[in-house]
Design a protein around this ligand. Structure first.
Ligand SMILES: *[C@@H]1O[C@H](CO)[C@@H](O)[C@H](O)[C@H]1NC(C)=O
Ligand SMILES: *[C@@H]1O[C@H](CO)[C@@H](O)[C@H](O)[C@H]1NC(C)=O
Ligand SMILES: *[C@@H]1O[C@H](CO)[C@@H](O)[C@H](O)[C@H]1NC(C)=O
Ligand SMILES: *[C@@H]1O[C@H](CO)[C@@H](O)[C@H](O)[C@H]1NC(C)=O
Ligand SMILES: *[C@@H]1O[C@H](CO)[C@@H](O)[C@H](O)[C@H]1NC(C)=O
Ligand SMILES: *[C@@H]1O[C@H](CO)[C@@H](O)[C@H](O)[C@H]1NC(C)=O
Ligand SMILES: *[C@@H]1O[C@H](CO)[C@@H](O)[C@H](O)[C@H]1NC(C)=O
Ligand SMILES: *[C@@H]1O[C@H](CO)[C@@H](O)[C@H](O)[C@H]1NC(C)=O
Ligand SMILES: *[C@@H]1O[C@H](CO)[C@@H](O)[C@H](O)[C@H]1NC(C)=O
Ligand SMILES: *[C@@H]1O[C@H](CO)[C@@H](O)[C@H](O)[C@H]1NC(C)=O
Ligand SMILES: *[C@@H]1O[C@H](CO)[C@@H](O)[C@H](O)[C@H]1NC(C)=O
Ligand SMILES: *[C@@H]1O[C@H](CO)[C@@H](O)[C@H](O)[C@H]1NC(C)=O
Length: 714
């Protein structure tokens, strides 16, 4: 049985300043981290060699190796050798689970059992192609993490049970062995990792969506529509008439002039006859706009001509008709040229990029990580110049480690069927384990050809999942638009229900996003992050905690039934969130069945859920729109005190308010303290006797409220 060994170690129980971890070199030139007499980390070997396939353990030469604790819980190891490849091996008990490194769920798992792969884009795979967020960081169920601070190419091998080995194409290497601190949780390892590397920036509220886009707005015209610009207006209009909330849209390729429509830094005048009027229209209708970009130069385009004249392109090893080579952005002039030309988009009002590719062979694999980081940097800079930090939404499918501070992500090209959805859910959980918190997927699935098409059922289930994703991003168009055949009103109804739910959850999601900027903790959380002592949570790829309050179990197969496991630790009981009738005990499994109008979602005892209409987006149909906030309260006498940190701001600017709920079983009293929560908040108490919730309006002076003689739902 796997145990979280860290919980037994002395350090986990003491303030970290009193910790006494030691690091020592073993006789076989490995490193041991000990806590008293307990080995907490066994770094069995330091590896070095002239080829990535021939590395061997350093034996009796530790020249160039240094190691020490830089904080009471983080050891830094530095290695310089004359060899081109360096790495390390770690051993733990054979039932240890290793997580992290890649977003893609190899073998449909959230752990890396049996995986051996490089730290690069994963290419075409089961369920999803190009699910490429990654980081040289792994986390183990035995209670430590290891971060290798490099953008060099490398590989991780998890094929030996209880062992991991990594090797990088670099003569020097720095890695950090990270132990838990504070409450001793695995979450504290992610916090320390992201403190050393980087944390996400706050997205603008519009970035969280719902956002609606087409893979190709230049086709599939309806009614009087005759170009892409009008096609988008048609989407905007349908969202308006159906009262479906939205905050943004984006233009995928093709939208520019030139060869394969990319490389001239413009809008194709045939499809976008008046980009500036079009942009103003979108703004007036409450939409932000992003455009597709990639580091590729297609024959005959402006970027290609400038690059060939200056020798900026990586050598072409593709057949003619390929997608164009990448610019080598390590050349400062190439970097500057790209950045200067992108500024055009910001200048006409574009508020972010969908950043594609970087791992399709347009450059040698060994520079993928370095080049992707440079491209994300320059894209970020062009937006920051115009809109300031958090004033725009950039998202990429390929992003490495520190780039999480420069871009958010989507999970690549998923298959438009239940396999695609299942893998997508698992990839969302895994993105969290490499600390990419702001994440979304192409709702309905990206690959829609042949047998792959979002059936009304797959699509509806995916919409529910996206409602409980950090970003709700909806792919329509190209003969798959809910309000056009073959779909009908019932699909439109689910779009409306889920998009509007996501919009209403924005206060909650935004608060979690803010927490992620401060701690690195993801919003979609593997069950074990919240329930580390429950060994049944180590390998669950199909349910997750959404922030700390929700347990979410998407339907990922046909038919609407699934089993749901209720983890032990975070809560003694869980309440079904929508009907508020069924309560489940931790440690049990239930079979549940839901129609297309719902999904299995649960709240913990003591949950505090801020919801409401705080961002107008396209809701121009609401007269005299003003923000309103509602706090849903789920007190339980099993939980004497619970807290939620509400972020009351836009982008990075705002304040946090600590909401505290207390209960007193003997007095049968429940109390909430709203701190300095500003404008007219509505409280909704969920108590026994009324599943509708007991509503109360609160004025700002009234910071604390108590109800007595009440029974809770748990
Ligand atoms: C640690 O090992 C030393 C030497 O073997 C022994 O004297 C000591 O009692 C051990 N301490 C614990 C806490 O087991
Ligand atoms: C460390 O791992 C190696 C290889 O599995 C093993 O031989 C050694 O005994 C371990 N050391 C400790 C202290 O656990
Ligand atoms: C390791 O090196 C030390 C000092 O250089 C030497 O005394 C020792 O014999 C060496 N051991 C082996 C196994 O080569
Ligand atoms: C490794 O090399 C770097 C720079 O080349 C140097 O700063 C560092 O001190 C070296 N570390 C060790 C342990 O030799
Ligand atoms: C790992 O892969 C091997 C070979 O493909 C297979 O036999 C084994 O069952 C796999 N183990 C796990 C735990 O998936
Ligand atoms: C070694 O590098 C090659 C080329 O990048 C790669 O295909 C291979 O997977 C690597 N092998 C290991 C063990 O890292
Ligand atoms: C702006 O929106 C109006 C109203 O839908 C439409 O008639 C007009 O053509 C749009 N203009 C542009 C440039 O998109
Ligand atoms: C566009 O690029 C393709 C190769 O990808 C090339 O065959 C074609 O000639 C180019 N067209 C123009 C107008 O340059
Ligand atoms: C390692 O990196 C060098 C450049 O630093 C490159 O020439 C070489 O091909 C790379 N090796 C592998 C196996 O990727
Ligand atoms: C992945 O790419 C391959 C090759 O282009 C394609 O056949 C397959 O449908 C794609 N799968 C997904 C999930 O997009
Ligand atoms: C989804 O599509 C893929 C690729 O076409 C196929 O292999 C898989 O079996 C499909 N899954 C389901 C559940 O139909
Ligand atoms: C759930 O359904 C499965 C398959 O029908 C069954 O084996 C299992 O016992 C059920 N579990 C519960 C808790 O009802």
């Amino acid at each position: 049985m796997v145990r979280l060994r860290l919980l037994l170690s002395l350090c986990a129980l003491l303030p970290s300043a009193l910790c006494d971890y030691k690091i020592t070199l073993t006789t076989s030139s490995g490193l041991l981290l000990t806590d008293g007499n307990t080995t907490v980390v066994n770094n069995t070997a330091i590896l070095s060699g002239s080829q990535n396939t021939t590395v061997s353990a350093l034996k009796n030469s530790t020249q160039g190796l240094s190691y020490s604790f830089i904080t009471p819980t983080v050891a830094k190891v530095t290695l310089n050798t004359s060899n081109a490849f360096n790495g390390a091996r770690f051993s733990a008990s054979s039932d240890t689970h290793f997580y992290g490194v890649w977003e893609y769920p190899f073998n449909y798992r959230i752990s890396n059992t049996n995986v051996s792969f490089e730290l690069k884009g994963v290419g075409n795979n089961v369920g999803i192609n190009w699910s490429n967020a990654r980081a040289p960081f792994f986390l183990t169920s035995s209670g430590y993490g290891v971060y290798t601070d490099t953008l060099k190419m490398g590989s991780y091998d998890f094929t030996t049970p209880g062992e991991v080995q990594f090797v990088f194409n670099s003569t020097s290497l720095v890695y950090y062995i990270i132990l838990p601190k504070g409450d001793g949780s695995l979450k504290s390892i992610i916090e320390q990792y992201t403190e050393i590397s980087a944390r996400s920036e706050m997205p603008p509220t519009s970035g969280l969506g719902p956002t609606f886009w087409s893979d190709d707005f230049t086709q599939d015209f309806h009614g009087s529509v005759s170009n892409a610009q009008e096609n988008i207006q048609d989407v905007v209009n349908h969202l308006y008439y159906n009262r479906i909330r939205a905050t943004s849209t984006f233009l995928d390729r093709p939208y520019g002039s030139g060869n394969r429509s990319w490389g001239n830094f413009d809008f194709d005048p045939a499809q976008y006859p008046g980009p500036e009027g079009f942009m103003k229209n979108l703004t007036d209708f409450g939409f932000d706009l992003q455009v597709w970009i990639a580091n590729r130069a297609q024959l005959g385009t402006k970027i290609f001509n400038a690059s060939t004249a200056n020798g900026w392109l990586f050598p072409d090893d593709h057949p003619v008709g390929g997608l164009g080579e990448a610019l080598n952005l390590s050349i400062p002039a190439a970097y500057d040229y790209f950045e200067e030309n992108l500024e055009y988009f910001a200048s006409v009002g574009v508020k972010g990029y969908k950043i594609d590719r970087g791992e399709e062979g347009e450059m040698p694999d060994y520079v993928q990580n370095e080049q992707m980081a440079l491209f994300l940097d320059l894209a970020y800079e062009t937006m920051v110049h115009k809109w300031g930090k958090s004033g725009f939404y950039n998202f990429a499918r390929s992003a490495v480690d520190r780039s999480r501070a420069k871009t958010h992500i989507w999970n690549g090209d998923s298959a438009a069927n239940f396999t695609g959805l299942a893998y997508t859910v698992a990839s969302g959980i895994r993105a969290g384990l490499v600390a990419f918190p702001i994440w979304g997927s192409d709702t309905g699935g990206y690959t829609r050809e042949g047998a792959l098409t979002p059936s009304a059922e797959v699509w509806a289930r995916w919409m529910w999942f996206s409602a409980f994703s950090p970003v709700y991003e909806f792919m329509l168009g190209t003969n798959h638009t809910p309000w056009y055949p073959p779909y009908n009103q019932s699909t439109v109804d689910v779009v409306k229900q889920t998009a509007n739910l996501h919009a209403d959850l924005t206060p909650y999601i935004k608060s979690c996003a803010y927490e992620a900027t401060k701690t690195g903790l993801p919003i979609i959380r593997a069950l074990f992050l919240e329930a580390p002592e429950d060994t049944k949570t180590w390998e669950v790829p199909d349910s997750y905690f959404f922030g700390e309050e929700f347990l979410v179990a998407p339907i990922i197969t046909s038919g609407g039934s699934r089993s749901v496991y209720f983890p032990k630790g975070p809560s003694k009981k869980y309440l079904e969130y929508f009907k508020k009738e069924n309560v489940y005990s931790a440690g049990t499994t239930a079979n549940v069945t839901v129609g297309l109008d719902s999904m299995p979602v649960y709240v913990k005892q003591g949950a505090i859920i801020p919801r409401g209409d705080i961002f107008q987006g396209n809701a121009m149909w609401v007269e005299d729109w003003k923000p309103s906030l509602r706090l849903e309260l789920f007190p339980s006498y099993d939980v004497p005190e619970s807290r939620f940190t509400y972020f009351d701001g836009e982008g990075q600017d705002g304040r946090t308010v600590e909401i505290v709920m207390t209960t007193d079983k003997e007095k049968k009293a429940v109390n909430v303290n709203l701190g300095e929560l500003g404008f007219g908040v509505t409280l909704v108490w969920y108590l026994r006797g009324a599943t509708e919730g007991r509503e109360m309006s609160v004025s700002s002076e009234n910071g604390s409220l108590e109800l007595t003689e009440v029974d809770t739902l748990f």
